[in-house]
Design a protein around this ligand. Structure first.
Ligand code: HEM
Length: 130
């Protein structure tokens, strides 16, 4: 009897973990930025969730380096993070393109060329909440 209760609670815990974190199973290749009209909701937000704002990093709770990258409004809390229309001056793009030192190591294998050009395009198009 006890064993089955134990397994049931483990399964419940795993199910809860999977259902609350929708980045699990998100493959970098599933995030494809278009050439124009980049969407915050469909392209930028999934990119940030997969690469930057997970637990221990730029999440609401951890706020690594004082930087939170969980939703549109948080991008504008840190000065110079996103300069509408100017990707070269935006620290977000500088880190993505490895042009600004990011002293803490993080896995960059999920940052594809399409993502780099797409993030740059989103800022160039005015960094709107679309
Ligand atoms: C593409 C994804 C990411 C972006 C765009 C990003 C962006 C940034 C930016 C703009 C800063 C401030 C740097 C400065 O102005 O000097 C920063 C700092 C920091 N980030 Fe990230 N970050 C990313 C991923 C991560 C991840 C995954 C982690 C956790 C492993 C992390 C941990 C930190 C920490 C600890 C700092 C403060 C110390 C430092 O500069 O390294 N970041 N990040």
């Amino acid at each position: 009897m006890k064993k089955s209760v134990f397994f049931a609670s483990v399964l419940t815990f795993v199910y809860l973990m999977i259902s609350c974190d929708d980045t699990i199973g998100t493959d970098a290749k599933d995030i494809v930025f278009p050439e124009n009209n980049v969407s915050f909701q469909y392209h930028v937000h999934p990119f940030l969730k997969l690469n930057c704002s997970y637990v221990g990093c730029h999440s609401d709770e951890s706020a690594a380096g004082g930087v939170v990258l969980t939703n549109y409004s948080t991008l504008f809390l840190s000065p110079g993070m996103v300069i509408n229309g100017d990707p070269d001056k935006s620290r977000l793009i500088q880190v993505i393109e490895n042009k600004l030192p990011h002293f803490t190591y993080f896995y960059r294998g999920n940052i594809l060329e399409n993502h780099k050009t797409g993030m740059r395009k989103w800022v160039a198009e005015g960094a709107i909440n679309n």
